[in-house]
Design a protein around this ligand. Structure first.
Ligand SMILES: [Zn+2]
Length: 347
């Protein structure tokens, strides 16, 4: 290679590097011109074939060219990397002053709020929670609770029976849990509440096929109506306020004898009479009574020695009364316009 052709080599290399517009192209030019198979290395290798007097100058020129190209390429790479970084900083810029996207924070459902409130009050009075299965035996749901075969509550139109599982049904009340709890603790005294989901074939403004109940049961020696009354009054005052008018009214349930219902003074009209209380000034909140001897026996207690009281109420009804809701179906629709009205009122 003649000394003049190093100048030509330089011209071509500079032109190629100049044409490389991005980092990739510059790196490709580096491989082409300075790589082990590139023309400069090639020329350096062939120096040994030159006449001895030319070798030194040619070697110097080629080394100088290699260093020059190396410096130019490094500089181009450096500035392109810098430019890439600058572009990314602009393109991927995050505007920290933009308002955030608010994340909706849920809250407890009014049914859950009412249940939690009932449980809180009853636990304070001294009851502990027990739970039972929603698929229940016909026996525990009815017979054990003194509801005989011919009782109207057992008719097909009221109860969901399981077609392929004879003897089983969807429990129509939480009362079978009372029998289970008695069997688990007899002959020791017990005080339990059983909250849970129950099922009946009902569907209108005040009834839903799935609804929630909570029941209470106390069994021991020497338990009387006065204990029932004191417990219910304390419970109702905690729930509806210390000044709420209360009354017990005789009633009938198969599993209690005697049976009674608790009414509270209508919170909507304060006893004046309104649509909700149907003009009576009173609203029925729960059914109760002294546990029937048949039920005590089914629970494993000797009714000659043990007595007990029980009460039960609907959680939907309590929620409707506490929050002034007039259609039970609102509780199941999942409509946020309805549900968000109760956020923050659980305190
Ligand atoms: Zn009223």
């Amino acid at each position: 290679m003649a000394a003049g052709s190093v100048g030509e080599l330089r011209r071509q290399a500079l032109e190629a590097i100049d044409a490389a517009m991005d980092l990739e192209a510059v790196q490709a030019a580096r491989t082409t011109w300075l790589g082990r198979k590139g023309p400069i290395v090639d020329a350096l290798r062939s120096i040994k074939d030159r006449p001895p007097e030319e070798r030194r100058d040619l070697g110097l020129e080629l080394n100088r060219l290699r260093d020059e190209l190396e410096a130019i390429l490094s500089e181009r790479e450096g500035s392109l990397e810098e430019e890439n970084l600058r572009r990314r900083l602009v393109d991927e810029r995050v505007d920290v002053t933009l308002p955030g996207r608010p994340r909706a924070i849920g809250g407890p459902h009014p049914l859950r709020m009412a249940e939690a409130e009932l449980v809180r009050v009853l636990r304070k009075i001294g009851f502990s929670i027990v739970e039972g299965p929603e698929v229940e035996s016909e026996y525990l749901n009815f017979e054990a609770l003194n509801i005989p075969e011919d009782h109207p509550a057992r008719e097909m139109q009221d109860t969901f029976y399981l077609r392929d599982l004879p003897g089983l049904l969807l429990r129509t009340h939480t009362s079978p849990v009372q029998v289970r709890a008695m069997r688990a603790s007899a002959p020791n005294p017990l005080r339990v509440i059983c909250p849970g989901r129950v099922y009946r074939r009902d569907d209108d403004v005040t009834h839903s096929p799935v609804f929630h109940q909570i029941e209470g049961l106390a069994v021991g020696e020497g338990i009387g109506m006065h204990h029932l009354k004191a417990t219910l009054y304390e419970f109702a005052r905690q729930l509806f306020g210390a000044d709420v008018p209360l009354r017990l009214r005789p009633s009938y349930f198969p599993f209690t004898e005697p049976s009674t219902e608790l009414d509270v003074g209508c919170p909507f009209c304060h006893g004046q009479g309104c649509r909700v209380c149907k003009g009576s000034g009173w609203i029925e909140v729960l059914g109760s009574g002294m546990v029937h001897p048949h039920v005590l026996r089914e629970g494993g207690y000797d009714p000659e020695r043990f007595t007990g009281f029980a009460f039960g109420l609907g959680i939907e009804r309590t929620a409707m009364l506490r929050y002034g809701i007039d259609d039970v179906r609102l509780l199941y629709l999942g409509d946020l316009r309805f549900l968000t009205q109760f956020q923050g009122s659980e305190a």
